[in-house]
Design a protein around this ligand. Structure first.
Ligand SMILES: [Cu+2]
Ligand SMILES: [Zn+2]
Length: 175
């Protein structure tokens, strides 16, 4: 009798676990390996679905010092050296660029990555504008995929469509 109950409980847990995965709730994770124009790895970003949004944690080395624009772009393709393959900023809701723009922001707009004089940087930000869940317009895992792109200059967080952040110096496909 006891064994039967245990089996039944295990089966219920299994079913609960599976449906949770299909829905894509909390616990979903992603990552992006950032590479520069020469193909060198210069950083790693992790993406974690949390109740308050997607937590994005970036750590980087070997970058030029100063604030750098960093965004989620709308295509999951990083072809060096220009990384134009990554497309425009991820913008499923048709907004304008910039977290300070009254008509913004793109879902992919993030605060600047502050690179130290030693060339290292960390960014830890949580955003409700994107999700790791599938089959919704703001999913980072839609048909085209997405990528994380670091720019040569600071993002002014206002100028549409790029924030005047200059060329693309590193890119990583979000997977
Ligand atoms: Cu960008
Ligand atoms: Zn933008």
């Amino acid at each position: 009798m006891m064994m039967r109950l245990l089996h039944a409980a295990a089966a219920v847990l299994l079913i609960a676990g599976c449906s949770g995965a299909a829905r894509g709730g909390p616990g979903l994770q992603g990552q992006a390996v950032l590479r520069d124009k020469a193909g060198q790895q210069v950083g790693l970003a992790t993406f974690t679905e949390q109740p308050d949004g997607v937590r994005i944690a970036v750590s980087a080395t070997g970058l030029p010092p100063g604030p750098k624009g960093i965004h989620i772009h709308a295509v999951g393709k990083c072809e060096p050296p220009e990384f134009t393959s990554a497309g425009n900023h991820f913008n499923p809701t048709g907004k304008k660029h910039g977290r300070l723009n009254p008509e913004g922001a793109h879902a992919g707009d993030l605060p600047n990555l502050e690179v130290t004089p030693a060339g290292t940087a960390r960014l830890d930000v949580t955003t409700k504008a994107v999700t790791l869940k599938s089959r919704v317009p703001n999913s980072l895992f839609g048909a085209d995929g997405t990528s994380l792109v670091v720019h040569a200059q600071a993002d002014d967080e206002m100028t549409d469509p790029t924030g005047n952040s200059g060329g693309r110096i590193a890119c990583g496909v979000i997977s």
